[in-house]
Design a protein around this ligand. Structure first.
Ligand SMILES: Nc1ncnc2c1ncn2[C@@H]1O[C@H](COP(=O)(O)OP(=O)(O)OP(=O)(O)O)[C@@H](O)[C@H]1O
Ligand SMILES: [Mg+2]
Length: 474
């Protein structure tokens, strides 16, 4: 099961803390061991110093007794006595220093014992004998009598010193091993921590930074109008939640826009239908009746006797006025819904618009097949409104109208060379066009810099929107 990001972050941090703690523990243990080894090294040093001192006391005892025996001078007995006095204390100190090592302890005890024995049983009696009778002890046998004892003591000293030296060397080796282990642990811990940090940074970048960047990119696409933009789902924990919520939001936005477009289309279609109905009623009803009235009046006028010339002139005047009213009505009904558009299509309807325009129009229409009715009607109204605006606001010298179908799109541009400054929203014409065009999924841009003319450019997607429903769109 995949955990949340908080859990993963906590686990990674705990792992890092564990590694760092482990390194510190190893370092602390190594430092303690090093301090211990140092204390032991100091003790070994003391052992060696005290052992050497003790050996010197024995040598002083021997030198003193020999000097006195051979020369009879009392001055030899000063260091002899001092050595005797110092020996027990230093021997006890040595025993204390080697107390932790049974082998060394046994040696120290033997040294004490043999040293004491040498002093008491050999040296003191020899000196006493020399005092009594100097000549009796000035023999090689007497003087060399203590050699065996001294050799035994020296052997013990050599053993003790060599063993202590060996212990010190072994401890030094152990210290080196401890230091190396501490360095290895610190280096390993550091490398492990760096590796973990790098891995975790990589994971964070993959699990958080990349998805967040994707969300930002998709949000940009949404803001740009691409409501079909969706994120791949499946990110860990909270990121997965963010991706799913983003997709849900994009889904509802798209749904809402589709609903809005559908309702706009319904409104535009209903309006067009009503306008066409009114145009038909005017054309087939009122207009026909007015034409019939004109014809009636003309026939009454023709049958009126010449004597009633005044009445005849009056009838002709009424018939003329009625004809003008009929023309006005035809013009009005054309504005409501151009019958020529439904009958003959876009090219003739636009030609009729251009003919009627006050401002000269250059018209280029290249629409070989008829688009669906709502597209034709929308294109017609775009040209009609743009021509009216050019006449009303532009103060230009001409208008250029281009309409063509290319790659299943109807492209339409109306350009004038007037004063520019067209702003949708100041009136209802351009805004109405925008609604109508967007309801059909089309786009409109109004480019109208101040003083540099106005261009209205419109594109309608035509796929599946042809008059002939069997036409296969390319
Ligand atoms: N071809 C143009 N040249 C200069 N200004 C224009 C042009 N077309 C539009 N305008 C300016 O943009 C404004 C908005 O135009 P729009 O067609 O929406 O409204 P209108 O023409 O003022 O009113 P309505 O179209 O409702 O009768 C206009 O009032 C006008 O100031
Ligand atoms: Mg207008």
């Amino acid at each position: 099961m995949r955990g949340g990001l908080t859990r993963r972050t906590t686990v990674a941090s705990a792992l890092l803390a564990l590694i760092v703690c482990g390194v510190f523990v190893v370092l602390l243990v190594s430092i303690t061991q090093l301090r211990d080894a140092e204390a032991k090294a100091r003790r070994s040093e003391q052992v060696l110093v005290v052992a050497n001192g003790l050996e010197r006391q024995i040598v002083d005892v021997q030198t003193g007794e020999r000097g006195f025996v051979i020369s009879g001078q009392e001055s030899f007995l000063e260091p002899w006595e001092a050595a005797q006095t110092a020996f027990p204390g230093q021997a006890a100190q040595l025993e204390k220093l080697v107390a932790g090592n049974s082998e060394q302890m046994a040696r120290a005890e033997r040294i004490t014992q043999e040293g004491n024995s040498y002093i008491r049983n050999y040296s003191i009696p020899l000196v006493a004998a020399a005092r009594r009778d100097p000549e009796s002890v000035r023999t090689a046998t007497a003087i060399e009598g203590g050699r065996d004892r001294l050799d035994a003591i020296r052997t013990e000293f050599n053993g003790l010193i060599a063993t202590e030296q060996g212990l010190a060397d072994a401890r030094e080796d152990q210290s080196d091993t401890d230091v190396n282990r501490a360095i290895m642990a610190a280096a390993g811990g550091l490398a492990g921590s760096v590796l973990l940090i790098v891995l975790f940074a990589g994971y964070l970048s993959r699990a958080i930074v990349r998805p967040v960047r994707q969300v930002a990119g998709m949000a940009g696409r949404l803001a740009g109008g691409d409501l079909g933009a969706r994120l791949p789902e499946g990110g860990p924990g909270e990121v997965g939640l963010l991706e799913r919520s983003f997709n849900t939001m994009a889904g509802s936005l798209q749904e809402n826009r589709e609903e809005l477009a559908a309702s706009r289309t319904r409104i535009v279609t209903a309006t067009d239908h009503a306008r066409r109905q009114i145009e038909r009623d005017l054309h087939d009803g009122t207009q026909q009746r007015l034409v019939a009235l004109v014809l009636d009046l003309r026939s009454i006028e023709a049958s009126t006797p010449n004597e009633l010339s005044e009445l005849r002139a009056h009838l002709a005047e009424v018939a003329d006025e009625l004809t003008e009213a009929t023309d006005d009505l035809r013009e009005l009904s054309r504005g409501i819904h151009p019958a020529i558009l439904s009958g003959s299509g876009l090219p003739p309807a636009l030609k009729a618009l251009a003919r009627r325009s006050v401002i000269p129009v250059e018209l280029q229409v290249d629409v070989p097949e008829r688009p669906s009715e709502e597209i034709e009607v929308a294109a017609y109204y775009v040209v009609s409104e743009a021509l009216t605006n050019a006449t009303k606001h532009a103060k230009g010298s001409f208008v250029e109208v281009k309409v063509q179908t290319l790659d299943d799109t109807l492209h339409l541009t109306v350009r004038d060379d007037g004063v520019g400054g067209a702003r949708p929203g100041r009136g209802s014409g351009l805004i109405g066009l925008i609604d109508r065009i967007q309801a059909l999924g089309g786009t409109i841009t109004v480019n109208s810099p101040d003083g540099d003319g106005t261009e209205v450019a419109v594109d309608f997607p035509l796929a599946g929107r042809w008059r002939d429903p069997d036409r296969i769109s390319s």
